[in-house]
Ligand binder design. Structure first.
Ligand code: GLN
Length: 503
């Protein structure tokens, strides 16, 4: 494996700035790595070597011409296949969009292009971001580089697998209920869900519009911060985008500190139901924080216990409406019903949705349609929205006592492929600790907290901050990461087994 793919994005940026290496060389090294390992990892649904190398050459030319360029100029990135990319396939992991090449770029993608970051390709995901393992992808699962028989989390397992397998230094994920943070936890990477409205949703194929948020996936907190600075900020094309001047996340990461920090340990997230090794690493990480001068406060968020139930009413309701646009008329697939000479539009629509959507998508459309139907709306959807308000109030009360809240990110380490795929409720439980942040719109980060003793697999530590305080996540996360790297004698991913594939 080329040493270039082992460098962090910040290290690549310095090497590029010093003229030690070109973006073409860096991009080629990652494409070679993808060529060598992706048949085993399956992080990518589509790789774009020609486009990426052309963008790399343009980045090198820009650097030669100009003194003022973005810090990540020339550093390649992988993009979850739920963000539209002009002329490049975008499937959202679904058959129904197979073969579709969007006519426009998502704002996140536009910003990556403006920043001169070559796009290596599009990463695998659960269909329409519904899932926690990538097993609901219509194109087959991704594999966890720590153990190829295990899941890399979901829905953004492809982005997390690409970064943890050194196929990309950075990736974009999206998080509706945990799809950036939980894959981060189970692959030993850093993932951040920004404040709702902090990163534009324009061009993000909607799952649940009031919960969806794109964010960075990286191997270090600083790298995530640098990428956040590129993709974040107000966008007039997204009416829910927050119009404010955000501080530099990278500056916050570089100034990271935890002395005097009040850390709220959420009583309801952790303990019973959490794997012993996950809980143990969580508690050990708390000790590191205390040793560095932070103060622990136990906080209670009693309504978090209702979060999963509320989420699985609100998400399917919004999804059933958002997915109505896949009607065989406008995008992708169109299936003619068998044995019907002159099918009506409705018959084509039915046949297409039957063939184009997978089981999990159909399950949620049915659930959402039911929850929104007249007669049941108040009992289900209306009730879930009230729970959502109570969860926001729990956050407000907790943040009155603490600067950040913490918990394990996911209740277990990576499970085996096939273990939970036929048990929707077991799959849904993976997000028990991540969902409250989406319901309230607050930002959250997962960073690697070590390996669980019983299976030697990565565990994740979640940090939550009040809305708009994303920079605080980076300040705390970077300081904590330094202590954890010290504790483990190096970055966690250095301990991952080398993938046994041709190099
Ligand atoms: N796993 C959760 C779900 O299935 C979260 C998905 C997401 O964040 N996109 O809904």
């Amino acid at each position: 494996m080329s040493d270039l793919v082992r460098l962090s994005a910040a290290e690549l940026a310095s090497a590029l700035a010093a003229g030690d290496v070109s973006s073409v060389e860096v991009t080629r090294a990652h494409l070679d790595r993808i060529g060598a390992v992706d048949s085993a990892v399956h992080a990518f649904l589509h790789v774009d070597p020609v486009g990426a190398l052309a963008q790399a050459a343009a980045a090198d030319a820009r650097r030669a011409d100009d003194d003022d360029f973005p810090e990540l100029l020339g550093v390649p990135v992988a993009v979850k296949d739920i963000l539209t990319t002009k002329g490049l396939p975008t499937t959202a992991g679904s058959r129904i969009l197979d073969g579709w090449a969007p006519p426009y770029d998502a704002t996140v993608v536009t910003r990556l292009r403006k920043g001169g970051q070559p796009i290596l390709g599009k990463t695998n995901m659960d269909e329409f971001a519904m899932g926690s393992s990538t097993e609901h992808s219509a194109f087959g699962p991704s594999h966890n580089p720590w153990d190829l028989d295990r899941i890399p989390g979901g829905s953004g397992g492809g982005s997390a697998a690409a970064v943890s397998a050194f196929e990309a230094p950075l990736a974009i994920g999206t998080d509706t209920g945990g799809s950036i943070r939980q894959p981060g936890a189970v692959t030993g990477t850093v993932g951040v869900k920004p404040t709702y409205g902090g990163v534009s949703r324009y061009g993000l194929i909607a799952l649940a519009s009031s919960l969806d948020q794109a964010g960075p996936v990286a191997r270090t907190v600083l790298d995530a911060a640098l990428l956040h600075d590129v993709i974040g900020g107000h966008d007039p094309l997204d009416s829910t985008s927050i119009d404010t001047q955000w501080p530099s996340m990278a500056a916050a990461a570089r100034a990271g500190d935890v002395a005097g920090l009040r850390v709220g340990v959420v009583k309801e997230l952790g303990g019973e139901g959490y794997q012993v090794g996950v809980q143990a690493r969580f508690e050990e990480t708390l000790t590191l924080l205390v040793d560095a001068g932070a103060e622990l406060v136990e906080v209670s968020c009693p309504h978090f216990e209702l979060a999963l139930a509320a989420y699985y009413l609100i998400l399917p309701s919004e999804a059933s409406s958002n997915l109505a646009k896949f009607d065989a008329m406008r995008y992708g697939m169109r299936v003619a019903p068998e044995g019907v000479a002159l099918p009506s539009a409705e018959e084509v629509m039915r046949a297409t949705r039957e063939a184009g959507f997978g089981d999990e998508v159909k399950r949620r459309i049915i659930l959402g349609t039911f929850a929104l139907s007249s007669g049941y709306y108040d009992a289900y959807y209306g009730q879930a929205q009230k729970v959502r308000t109570l969860i926001s109030r729990d956050f407000e009360a907790a943040f009155a006592q603490a600067d950040v809240l913490v918990s394990p990110t996911a209740p277990t380490t990576a499970f085996r492929i096939g273990e939970k795929v036929d048990d929707p409720l077991a799959m849904y439980l993976n997000d028990i600790a991540t969902i409250p942040a989406n319901l309230a719109g607050v930002p959250g980060m997962s960073l690697p907290s070590g390996l669980a003793r019983e299976d030697g697999l990565p565990t994740g530590f979640q940090i939550l901050a009040p809305a708009l305080q994303d920079a605080r996540l980076y300040a705390v996360g970077a300081a904590l990461e330094a202590m954890l790297v010290d504790r483990w004698g190096g970055p966690l991913l250095d301990m991952a087994p080398e993938l046994t594939v041709e190099d």
